[in-house]
Design a protein around this ligand. Structure first.
Ligand SMILES: [Zn+2]
Length: 79
């Protein structure tokens, strides 16, 4: 009896895979594409050492001469 159930289950599985072949292939492609995107992202972040800040342009403050990131106000002007 178990053999019959197992055979039916295998036949059903094969039929199910055959029926949803296109959908399974599409899902597989989507997973692979997502993996490739993630790998590209990881490669991008791997080139930058962890803890290394993003490069910023520094400009000397016209008042006190200390270097501050471009587009920000110096602490000497805030007071
Ligand atoms: Zn300043």
């Amino acid at each position: 009896m178990t053999k019959i159930i197992l055979t039916v289950a295998v036949i059903y599985a094969v039929w199910f895979i055959f029926k949803h072949k296109n959908r399974i292939a599409a899902a597989h492609r989507a997973v692979m594409a997502e993996k490739a995107r993630e790998q590209a992202r990881n490669a991008e972040t791997a080139t930058r050492k962890p803890g290394t800040p993003v490069a910023q342009d520094l400009l000397p403050c016209p008042k006190c001469g200390s270097y501050i990131p471009a587009g920000t106000r110096c602490s000497c002007e805030k007071a």
